[in-house]
Design a protein around this ligand. Structure first.
Ligand code: SF4
Length: 292
């Protein structure tokens, strides 16, 4: 038993976009002001609960319309222009925590849309995801979101197109989509692809794969709503089938650890370090006492 080693992945944890957003929220809350957040600040239930205990109140877009003169934080995912318009009309003060990487992508899409209104804007991403809604908003709602292969039927293959990606999608998936579109469009139609995947996410793939290979078992900690987390988890499981996803410490099971000598605890860019430490402590406890 004493030979077993439990490591926390040194590269796992919040990306700078999430760290900045949480820092901004904590700063406002520490000054005693009321702060609302449009949607969960991070796709991690425990971190959302921790900030709620400090006073952060999560609202949705419908409630935003009924607020007057409040302070509202926009999270790292970004928002469409309509949100800023609603806020301005209601005297709402925005604390803008849109990640600079997302902001740059929004501007790129806006420019592509305005520069050539005849060209289609295609976004490789998860339909309905907050970041994707913010991106679609840059095109006045006209962009076509391609999440699955079947969504390609929505694209007009006789018209030029500019293709972008949600920041957290896989680079391979984006490349495959671009190749497919190029092979299917009519002669003379241009398919301009811009790789807009966040390097913090795409670099994590290689780090994650190396970490997963070095461990007999990997416990991957991430909220079930985290799309970045799901992508990383799937990649991790591809190289190490003994990878298990947990949303919280109570999900860890003793039977997963059977026969494992080196156990790794990893997580998404939305997983707080404190939560990975909790899972590590639980694993050590299970190794020592052998039961949940
Ligand atoms: S994953 Fe990348 S784009 Fe998304 S919030 Fe983090 S740093 Fe920004």
């Amino acid at each position: 038993m004493s030979e077993q080693i439990v490591d926390i992945d040194p590269n796992a944890g919040f990306c700078f976009g999430v760290v900045t957003a949480i820092g901004k929220a904590e700063e406002v809350l520490a000054s005693g002001q009321t702060l609302y957040c449009l949607g969960d600040i991070v796709h991690n239930e425990q971190e959302v609960a921790r900030l709620a205990a400090l006073g952060l109140q999560v609202i949705d877009h419908a409630s935003l319309k009924s607020l007057r003169g409040a302070k509202v934080l926009l999270r790292a995912h970004g928002e469409p222009p309509s949100t800023y318009e609603t806020a301005a009309a209601s005297g709402i003060e925005i604390v803008d925590a849109t990640c600079p990487v997302v902001l740059m992508l929004q501007r790129k899409i806006r420019r592509a849309y305005l520069d050539n209104p005849n060209r289609q804007i295609v976004i490789y991403g998860k339909a309905g995801h907050a970041e994707v809604n913010g991106l679609v908003g840059q095109t006045d709602g006209t962009a076509i979101v391609v999440e699955h292969e079947t969504d390609i039927s929505e694209v007009d293959l006789h018209r030029d197109m500019a293709v972008f990606s949600q920041t957290t999608k896989s680079a391979e998936g984006f490349e495959a989509l671009c190749q497919r579109l190029r092979s299917q469009v009519s002669d003379g139609v241009t398919v301009e692809c811009s790789d807009t995947i966040c390097r913090r996410v795409s670099n994590r793939m290689a780090q994650m794969t190396a970490f997963a290979k070095q461990h007999d078992v990997v416990i991957f900690v991430c909220g079930r709503k985290s799309s970045n987390g799901q992508v990383l988890f799937e990649e991790c499981r591809k190289v190490n089938p003994r990878t298990y996803q947990v949303a919280e410490v109570a999900d860890v099971r003793a039977e997963w650890l059977e026969g494992a000598h080196v156990i790794g605890v990893s997580g998404a860019t939305s997983t707080p370090k404190w939560q990975m430490q909790e899972v590590k402590d639980k694993v050590i406890q299970l190794i020592q006492y052998g039961k949940d």
